[in-house]
Design a protein around this ligand. Structure first.
Ligand code: PMP
Length: 383
């Protein structure tokens, strides 16, 4: 079961702070200590993992175990490849259209843009061909327009969306139902990956960068249907972006980010030990509930503008209000007082301002409760 005690160990280790950052994010203390214990000599090898050859049997075991664990956690069938690639999720913004834009006769892909990250992905894809924006561009992302208003391409090569917009705090819990069955669905799950269960067989591909829920930056996990990769006819894909090459070489066409894969392996194992995605889902529910309750019971002192249905359980942006407007002075005071109370990385993204609370798997319920207690006291002292 989920260990609701202080998983990052803020209270057990005097220098550790509670980190509510959007990523790179806090990891469980248990995992960090385990890495520390193996730092100088991994498993009797006399070397750190980052000093081992990626062709060594020790590293082969690490990457294979990581793949097995993710297959187990998500029930990934053999018809999908699991790849550990470089360049973060951003590299996939280019790799996806390069590999799949020519899949169908329309030579067009549909992009559902619901915030900063799906917008970036759509703009990148436009460099490679025709992209259809399913809903009109917005300058204020607060909800997702109803599916009945979506404009889909007939015979689209794929449908792309982001299941959790990390900056705007918009999460789509359900897979869009309006997408035709034979249109491959591709999803950027970077910020809510491993926080809930999902049926991988409903997707052609999902990808997630590691630095939020499973470790160290630079690494991106790609789970992709092998038959679709086979269908791609683009012969001009830069080699490290070419899924065919990566599958044929088991993610080791060149040197993979070995240390990040090692941490991912530890995090997948930790996730399993916590009770898997069922426990992570419950934990996400509990943590986000106490934060949203605090916001909603604040009589408008704290404000989150996202429509309830799409409120993210993982990234919660909020403004602190005074006389009906967001008050930057109060927000800076909130941030500096939070730091004094050992809680860091709460500043909102520059695109939306204010405060952002990120509640990835490495943040415990106890730590979240500490934050909401702080929020209540801050409101009492400043409203
Ligand atoms: N997609 C989402 C939803 C993200 O939150 C991020 C990073 N914050 C990215 C993509 C980009 O990831 P990276 O920085 O690893 O390229």
């Amino acid at each position: 079961m989920t260990n609701d005690s202080s998983v990052n160990g803020c209270c057990e280790h005097s220098e550790r702070k509670v980190n509510f950052g959007p990523g790179p994010a806090q990891l469980p203390l248990e995992v960090l200590k385990n890495v520390q214990a193996e730092f100088l000599s991994y498993n009797g090898s006399g070397s750190n993992v980052m000093e081992l050859s990626h062709r060594s049997s020790a590293f082969a075991k690490i990457i294979q175990e990581a793949e097995q664990d993710i297959r187990e956690l998500l029930s990934v069938p053999e018809s999908y490849a699991v790849l550990f690639l470089q360049g973060g999720a951003t590299a996939q913004f280019s790799a996806v259209p390069l590999n799949f834009l020519n899949l169908k006769s329309s030579q067009t892909a549909d992009y559902l843009v619901t915030g900063y990250w799906s917008e970036k992905a759509a703009k990148e894809a436009e460099k490679f061909g025709k992209i259809n924006w399913v809903v009109p561009k917005s300058d204020k992302y607060r909800d997702v327009p109803s599916e009945s208003t979506w404009k889909l391409t007939e015979n689209s090569s794929y449908f792309y969306y982001c299941s959790n917009e990390t900056i705007h705090g918009i999460e789509l819990e359900d897979i869009p139902s309006i997408v035709p069955k034979d249109t491959p669905i591709i999803c950027d799950m970077s910020s809510n990956f491993l926080t809930r269960s999902f049926d991988i067989t409903k997707f052609a591909m999902v990808f997630a960068s590691a630095q939020k829920n499973f470790g160290a930056s630079g690494l991106v996990l790609v789970i992709v249907r092998k038959d679709l990769v086979e269908k791609s006819t683009n012969k001009s894909i830069p080699v490290t972006f070419d899924y065919k090459v990566q599958i044929a070489n088991a993610s080791m066409y060149n040197t993979p980010p070995t240390f990040s894969v090692y941490i991912a392996n530890k995090m997948f194992n930790w996730t399993k030990r916590q009770g898997g995605l069922k426990s992570m889902n419950q934990l996400s529910d509990k943590k986000s509930k106490v934060v949203y309750e605090t916001i909603d019971q604040s009589n408008g002192f704290y404000m989150n503008v996202i429509e309830n249905k799409y409120r993210s359980r993982v990234n919660i942006p909020l403004r602190i209000m005074k006389d009906g407007t967001a008050n930057e002075k109060l927000e800076s005071l909130f941030l500096s007082e939070a730091i004094k109370a050992n809680m860091i990385e709460l500043k909102g993204h520059r695109a939306v301002g204010g405060i952002r609370i990120s509640l990835y798997n490495g943040v415990s319920l106890q730590e979240t409760t500490k934050l909401v207690d702080f929020m209540r006291i801050f409101q009492k002292n400043n409203s």
